[in-house]
Every structure is written in structure tokens, then in C-alpha cells.
Design a protein around this ligand. Structure first.
Ligand SMILES: Nc1ncnc2c1ncn2[C@@H]1O[C@H](COP(=O)(O)OP(=O)(O)OP(=O)(O)O)[C@@H](O)[C@H]1O
Ligand SMILES: [Mg+2]
Length: 172
């Protein structure tokens, strides 16, 4: 079956759904993703305000070995961090209303230059997201509960999911 959000021409290769019971578990999932991200990869994050996208990216940064304090790029749009010679680029597209506005934040260069590209409100990039990527959707539950749905497209992204080693979140 073809996923309705599959990038054209790329079949969804791997899926994983987890339950996070608290902020720490989401951060731990991010950390595991960061550790597993060996090559170049885009992590495209979706989910309501306060779902935990930034928390997850803080975990990714930790897993990659970023030592700088990671803050939300809601107002700066793009924050970049060095991690052992690699670059984590954290983008927040909340205030980018359409694909046409992406170049106002230098989107093409951001995509070209990032090693790990973490994009909040990724749906605002539409077809301009890299096709080889991991989509992460955080779905609010009651209280601190979040369902985290991961879908990987392309061999490299699929390999990242396969290498996730998780302790803080429950597989469903
Ligand atoms: N299971 C959970 N995972 C992540 N965050 C959680 C969880 N439970 C509660 N929280 C809380 O939810 C908030 C998540 O905030 P965060 O900034 O990561 O959201 P966001 O999805 O990035 O929102 P925005 O769209 O405004 O950027 C934090 O205050 C965090 O403490
Ligand atoms: Mg955020």
C-alpha cells in the first residue's frame, strides 16, 4: 500500500510507532535518533503546538554530540550547531506559510549544507522537503502522553530507524 504522504517515487520503507509517556522519553527517542544518524538525513517533524517537536530535536542534538544549548528557532527560523565536524540544522517553519516563502530563509542552502536537518512544521515545506527523510508525527494524548509515528523513506533513512536503540519509549 502506498502511504498518502509518500514523496513521489519513494516508497515508505520502514515504520515505527512508539508511545512516549513524558518529556524525558521523547528526549530519549530524539537522542537515539541522533546517535543513529550517521550520514545525511532530514527529520521532518509534524504535530500540534506543544506536541514535543523541539524536545525531540534537543534529544537529536544530544545524540549527535552537540554541546551548545539548543533553543527553539521559532523566531530565528534556522539555528545551526556543530557536532564533531558535522552540522545539525534546526528549522522551524511555523511562520512560513507556503513553499513560496521558503527562499526568504535560504532554504536551498539550508538543505544543501545540513548534515542532519531537523524541520519543525515540516508540512509547510510541502514538496520542497528532501525526499529521502524520516517523517516524525507527534500526536497529543491525554496529559503527557504522545504517540510518535516514524516513517522512513529511502535506504539511508530506513537504516537510521533500523539502528534505533530505545529504552525510554514503548513500542506499540
Ligand atoms: N511526552 C512528552 N513529550 C514531549 N514533551 C512533553 C511530553 N509531555 C509533556 N511535554 C511538554 O510539552 C511541551 C513540548 O514543548 P515543545 O516546545 O517541544 O513543543 P513543540 O512541538 O516544539 O511546539 P511548537 O509547535 O510551539 O514549536 C514541553 O513543555 C514539555 O515539557
Ligand atoms: Mg518547537
Amino acid at each position: 500500500m502506498t502511504d498518502r504522504r509518500s514523496p513521489s517515487g519513494v516508497r515508505a520503507k520502514c515504520r515505527l510507532t512508539l508511545e512516549s509517556h513524558d518529556e524525558l522519553a521523547t528526549r530519549e527517542l530524539g537522542r537515539a535518533l541522533g546517535v543513529a544518524c550517521g550520514g545525511r538525513v532530514c527529520v521532518a517533524l509534524r504535530g500540534a503546538l506543544g506536541a514535543g517537536k523541539t524536545v525531540l530535536v534537543k534529544g537529536i542534538a544530544e545524540g549527535l554530540g552537540v554541546t551548545d544549548h539548543v533553543t527553539s528557532p521559532t523566531f530565528t527560523f534556522v539555528n545551526e550547531y556543530g557536532a564533531g565536524g558535522r552540522r545539525l540544522t534546526h528549522v522551524d517553519l511555523y511562520r512560513i506559510e507556503s513553499e513560496d516563502d521558503l527562499e526568504s530563509i535560504g532554504w536551498s542552502d539550508v538543505v544543501l549544507e545540513a548534515d542532519v536537518l531537523a524541520v519543525e512544521w515540516a508540512e509547510h515545506a510541502g514538496e520542497e522537503l528532501p525526499t529521502a527523510r524520516i517523517d516524525v508525527e507527534l500526536v497529543l494524548g491525554s496529559g503527557d502522553e504522545r504517540r510518535v509515528e516514524l516513517r522512513a523513506y529511502g535506504d539511508e533513512a530506513c537504516g537510521v530507524l533500523a539502528h534505533l536503540s530505545l529504552s525510554g519509549a514503548d513500542h506499540t
